[in-house]
Design a protein around this ligand. Structure first.
Ligand code: T5A
Length: 220
């Protein structure tokens, strides 16, 4: 089978990291895994160089506020590096790549959250990805009040988590708008999962989804 890119999206604390680890374990024990390899990665910070960009993006700085366009460009820089140096080579080798966040996060956070122009964001996403689109996007949808409480229970809050609730509610509207936009044209490309359920139930929903998706890919 050709390489496939599966992206996990959602607001703060929706459970992507938790579920990616569980899915990785599930894929690893599959006897009939149809890819050459399995890679799990994330944005921002999916490589050593990207990790440096992540530090700049997420570390709060009391001395100088980061401007919205600076933030947008840094996410684009992280993505350009990640796609060219890692994602494309993996996909070309026939791997399954599970990526924690991708272009939909930029639309949701920098577009709906920060209010930056959608045309500009789409253009930058195209430049950064060189046109590499996910084969599947899985959106773990969660009320931001619950997600932020989960994230805060871990201790310190990063620069983006420190934004107010309205920002995070707008981010959720952004993911919902992207999901709705795909509903009529390509409903199987952007799947919503209810992330307010227990961890076990979310995992079960994801496994059910991937059983179906793998069958579809195998027969296409
Ligand atoms: N960003 C990113 C942009 O603004 N633009 C972009 O283009 C991109 C790519 C990345 C930040 O950058 C922003 C978005 C982000 O703000 P990050 O640290 O990678 O920063 O942040 P997140 O992706 O939000 O990762 P988090 O670790 O904060 O959240 P996760 O991975 O969704 O959640 P997880 O699995 O760590 O779970 C959080 C807590 O909840 C518990 C877990 O045990 C954990 O304690 N939990 C549950 N509790 C109850 N029920 C469940 N079902 C649970 N699932 C998990």
């Amino acid at each position: 089978m050709n390489g496939k890119l599966v992206v996990f999206e959602g607001g703060e604390g929706c459970g992507k990291t938790t579920q990616l680890a569980r899915l990785e374990a599930w894929f690893n024990q599959k006897a009939d895994f149809p890819f050459t390899a399995l890679h799990s990665t994330r944005e921002p910070g999916g490589s050593p160089l990207c990790q440096k960009i992540r530090q700049v993006l997420l570390t709060p700085d009391r001395d100088e506020e980061m401007q919205n366009r600076t933030e947008l460009l840094l996410y684009a820089a992280d993505r350009a590096q990640h796609v060219e140096a890692w994602l494309r080579p993996w996909l070309n080798e026939g791997a399954l790549v599970l990526c924690d966040r991708y272009t939909a996060s930029t639309v949701a956070y920098q577009g709906y959250g920060r209010g930056l122009d959608r045309g500009l964001i789409d253009e930058l996403n195209t430049i950064a990805t060189g046109g590499l689109e996910p084969d599947l996007t899985v959106w773990l949808d969660l009320d931001p009040e619950i997600g932020l409480a989960r994230a805060q229970a871990r201790g310190t809050r990063d620069r983006i988590e420190q934004a107010d609730l309205t920002f995070h509610q707008n981010v959720r509207s952004g993911f919902a708008a992207l999901h709705d936009a795909q509903k009529t044209t390509n409903p199987d490309s952007f799947i919503r999962i209810d992330a307010s359920q227990s961890m076990e139930q979310v995992t079960e929903d994801l496994i059910h989804l991937f059983d179906r998706v793998l069958t579809g890919w195998a027969s296409s």
